[in-house]
Design a protein. Structure first.
Length: 405
């Protein structure tokens, strides 16, 4: 019994000592830091997975790319005719309006050409007027020749009667016959003069005569050349690539500068071909520019797709029909039109990089390949001003002398 009691006492003492040791244990700082780090890591992993799942759920109806850039038209301003530059009224980075004067050329030579053309027009009108006068003269000659022929025929008839009565000699009858032949020849000559005169002016008035029409065209060409002495901006925009200098002698087609219409820029977004299945015409687009940061958003819509990838239009396109081949996902350019109000508030420059987000939740529009992008508006052609038309009519009236037909 005593042995058992001692055994129980030893076991109780051991349990009491273990309880005392357990209750008095204190974790070290290193252990606490390690446990805290593991807890934070686990929390971060859980939050990351949750965020990734939420992002995938929210962006399931979006296609994005940061391979996108601002594009636009670069309207070339070239010399229309040869000339010497007298003045340059615009510099690079300057804003200009459509119709604003950009370059002036020396007008001396063109003004001399205009004076020569006006003189040729007056000369042509006078020549046509003279042609009408020749026709009138020929008609008068015909009338006179016909009268002489009629008189000669009457004389011959009287002498024929007188010969029968023995009142005149046969010689007088012969002279009368010669007079008829001479009058007939004179009539034929007058008729040929009329044909010759009418060949130059017949069937046309002064203004529709070929010579006068050619002279009018020369005046109009000189007027157009005068208009080309003043180069104006074809569109609203910003001047760029100004290369023209004062006193420079330029030829037709010489580049002078360019005008970039910044209110009509668009976005060329290069999407992977695997992203095109959900893209549709008219889908809303949100654009962020690196120049303005993420706080400024541009709004637009999808309006078209390029005809091919960049490699298809390369100088040396790839040939995948021989040798080893590795499939590379291609990118195609999707054009995005921007809201003009956004461009007015925050103008963009060509070539700026942007990030594009297309909302593909709407699928009712046509596929992106169905509608081409809109083209640039046309520039008004050369026209003849009313002042030049009035000047031409004035020259014609001053040289017809009231004898125009």
């Amino acid at each position: 019994m005593n042995e058992q009691t001692r055994t129980i006492d030893r076991e109780g003492a051991t349990a009491v000592d273990a309880e005392k040791n357990t209750s008095s244990y204190t974790p070290t700082p290193a252990h606490n830091a390690r446990r805290k780090g593991l807890l934070l890591l686990g929390t971060a992993v859980v939050l990351g997975l949750a965020g990734w799942g939420l992002y995938g759920w929210l962006t399931g109806e979006h296609e994005t790319t940061d391979d996108a850039y601002v594009s636009g038209n670069i309207v070339a301003v070239n010399a229309r005719d040869a000339g010497t530059v007298l003045a340059v009224h615009a510099e690079s980075t300057q804003s200009v309006k459509a119709g604003q004067v950009l370059v002036d050329f020396d007008p001396a030579l063109v003004n001399a050409q205009m004076a020569s053309a006006e003189a040729d027009l007056a000369k042509a009108v006078r020549q046509v007027r003279s042609g009408f006068s020749r026709v009138t003269t020929a008609e008068a000659e015909i009338a006179e020749a016909e009268a002489r022929l009629a008189g000669a025929k009457n004389d011959l008839a009287r002498r024929d009667k007188a010969v029968a009565a023995g009142a005149v000699s046969g010689e007088e009858v012969a002279h009368a016959g010669d007079a008829i032949r001479a009058a007939t020849a004179a009539l034929q000559l007058a008729q040929s003069h009329r044909v010759d005169a009418e060949s130059a002016v017949g069937g046309a008035s002064v203004t529709t005569n070929p010579a006068v029409m050619a002279a009018i065209a020369a005046v109009q060409r000189a007027a157009i050349a005068q208009d080309h002495l003043r180069i104006t901006a074809p569109v609203d925009g910003i001047v760029a690539q100004r290369s023209v200098q004062l006193g420079q002698q330029v030829g037709p087609g010489t580049p002078l500068m360019a005008v970039v219409p910044l209110k009509a820029v668009w976005i060329d977004a290069n999407f992977r071909e695997t992203q095109l299945a959900k893209l549709r015409i008219g889908q809303p687009v949100t654009v962020h520019s690196d120049a303005y940061g993420s706080n400024v958003a541009f709004h637009g819509k999808v309006i078209g797709l390029s005809a091919g990838s960049g490699s298809a239009f390369a100088l040396l396109p790839p040939q995948n029909a021989s040798g080893n081949w590795i499939k590379i996902v291609q990118r195609l350019t999707v054009r995005v039109a921007l809201d003009p109000k956004d461009l007015d508030a925050h103008p963009l420059r060509l070539g700026l990089s942007v990030a594009v987000d297309v909302d593909t939740s709407k699928h009712d529009g046509p596929p992106v390949t169905a509608l081409p992008a809109t083209g640039q508006s046309s520039v008004a052609p050369d026209t003849i001003s009313p002042a030049i038309t009035a000047r031409i009519q004035q020259i014609i009236a001053a040289n017809t002398g009231g004898a125009a037909r």
